[in-house]
Design a protein around this ligand. Sequence first.
Ligand SMILES: NC(=O)c1ccc[n+]([C@@H]2O[C@H](COP(=O)([O-])OP(=O)(O)OC[C@H]3O[C@@H](n4cnc5c(N)ncnc54)[C@H](O)[C@@H]3O)[C@@H](O)[C@H]2O)c1
Length: 340
Amino acid sequence: MTDSAVRIGLVGYGVIGKFHLDLWAKTEGVKVVAVCDVIPERAQEAAELAGAKAYTDYTEMLNHDGLDAVDICTPSGMHAQQGIKAAELKLHVLTEKPIDIDLVKVDKLIETAKANNVKLACIFQYRVSPEALRAKQLIDEGKLGKIISCSTYVKWWRDQNYYDTAEWRGTWALDGGVLSNQAIHSIDQLCYLCGPVAEVEWARIATLARNIEAEDFGMAVLRYENGAIGVIEATTCSYPGMTTRTEIYGEKGSATFEGPNLATFKVLGEEIDIVGESAKADGRDDPKAIALTGHGYQLQDFVDAIREDRDPVVTGREARMSVDALTKIYRKAGAPKLGT
Ligand SMILES: NC(=O)c1ccc[n+]([C@@H]2O[C@H](COP(=O)([O-])OP(=O)(O)OC[C@H]3O[C@@H](n4cnc5c(N)ncnc54)[C@H](O)[C@@H]3O)[C@@H](O)[C@H]2O)c1
């Protein structure tokens, strides 16, 4: 890679695609040169804003002259397939969360990116606040001692209108329910802080208040590979949306998070002061109300990873962990298979 700007093709100009386009303009060493959406007016609007070329066909966009990378902001069940197509053409790949909902396709995407020597990154903005990165470092250094439990409680609000704004929302083929869409941030946080989930010991999903195929309520009991246990409780039917709480307890101390923000980090007999400002926007009651510092960090990191030929902060393999956990939860709860 030379010093010239990384040329991005953005696919999917919906809720999050709009945020991405705005953030790319503030990111160094990059230029959005192509945008694609199946809805022509969206593609056109994005193209005009970015000074890029509009496409309604993804394969055509991939052949845009000089493209270096794609930014995938389409429905979750399309990410892997679109990423694979791009990687096969030696284009670097960034996807929104989750990396996909079908583990088999995720593995194929990871393999294809590796075989073609391109970067593969996934947005998980809860991971990248300075406090979260520091907490992770201290946990890995053993400050909390042996980890005993790691749990998350996601009580969010999405009304029926949210699900009705796009046909893919809440479907088994392209989205899944609260676990795979909203709680995936926290499931990723659990995997990141405590390591892979070895087994889901018990799980229950239900569709209690929304008119959708997949679940609006999910609960599970997890056992991690390191021997710790944990609980997930998640819903999109809790008014008003509450702050997500993730808790990790070790023999020597604990860390708790409110959304992406560290709320406490306490170690027996030690003064560790890494807790900063809390309660920033986390999308708990409005998908458009999310703090974008994490996104901005990851977009810049993706560009820098390409230019410096290093791994991005959240690689495909890292992003796979939450899909693996999700698959185990859904399987235990008797859900239909996710994905097309
Ligand atoms: N990180 C976050 O906080 C965050 C927040 C919201 C959404 N997301 C993720 O972003 C993704 C998109 O979510 P959204 O809410 O923006 O959805 P959306 O429905 O608002 O936008 C998706 C866009 O993709 C377009 N599209 C669909 N199929 C396409 C295709 N084959 N080719 C080109 N364009 C196509 C649609 O027309 C639409 O404009 C999801 O995976 C979601 O999980 C992440």
